[in-house]
Design a protein around this ligand. Sequence first.
Ligand SMILES: NC(=O)c1ccc[n+]([C@@H]2O[C@H](COP(=O)([O-])OP(=O)(O)OC[C@H]3O[C@@H](n4cnc5c(N)ncnc54)[C@H](OP(=O)(O)O)[C@@H]3O)[C@@H](O)[C@H]2O)c1
Length: 293
Amino acid sequence: MVLLDGKEVSRQIRAQIALEVSGLIGNGKRAPHLAAVLVGDDPASQTYVSNKEKACREVGFLFSVYRLPDSTTGEELTEVVDFINKDNEVDGLIVQLPLPPHISPTRIIEAIDPSKDVDGYHPLNFGRMALNLPSFLPATPLGILKILEHYRIETDGKSCVVIGRSQTVGTPVSLLLSRKSTPGNCTVTICHSRSHNLVEISSGADILIVAAGRPEMVGADMVKEGSVVIDVGIHRLTDANTKKGYRITGDVKFDKVAPRTSHITPVPGGVGPMTVVSLLLNTLKAYKKEVYC
Ligand SMILES: NC(=O)c1ccc[n+]([C@@H]2O[C@H](COP(=O)([O-])OP(=O)(O)OC[C@H]3O[C@@H](n4cnc5c(N)ncnc54)[C@H](OP(=O)(O)O)[C@@H]3O)[C@@H](O)[C@H]2O)c1
């Protein structure tokens, strides 16, 4: 069994990005610049934004964060988005989700200039992705493609089952793997909470991608011998037997499933680091105007 080491793959990609950025700066150009908007004081969102800032700074990107109070209205947030849209010194713009319940995320995402939408959530980018046109791909699905590519995992003609149909992970990754491209050309089945016979379906998969948000729901009976398993889930479970009092786990029972697989991502250290590095790749793409000229 080969461990798909997202930490190491992301380290290599970050090193390449940092080299490219130092070359740009050496040639007198400005560094790529990512702006993040954070509304409210949700601790998890604050951690996500500071992780993104750290990743940006490490590769030499500029990073700005716009912190707004929880009481911000949808109109005020749209004005901030519009202000950043017009700032020619900013290449990528992300609005950290979730937003407070009184703000519609759809309206805010639609307000982002698609050429700066490095999260790939804008309907224009989503549509372009589905049509196999140049676009910003959502970070987690892009990270999954990058890890499959790095380990030269054959996807052509393979049967791929995706558990989960969220707009940010399950649906885009299923589209991407069914596209006529490499990685891609899979025969994809997408499962969700209403799916019947989940065990039967998932145990037929050559490539199983689990993004259900259910701790350790996938056991050995759901996995085909010799298959590739990508575990997107990430959970912190209370565990009195550990020093910290908790352990981090995924949607897959790693110890039971790993011996049956040919390749598997660990949690932590699999898909998570690939997600952060994908945001950097998209920001660099926006800077180089590779998607929209
Ligand atoms: N590592 C990373 O970088 C990263 C990035 C993003 C997300 N995540 C993690 O990945 C997981 C999924 O994230 P998400 O945002 O896609 O979650 P989400 O929006 O909650 O979507 C979960 C999906 O799983 C389906 N589902 C739930 N229970 C199921 C079950 N028992 N059987 C089959 N399908 C089931 C749901 O079906 P319905 O549509 O029918 O409700 C839904 O489509 C979470 O643990 C999240 O924290 C990790």
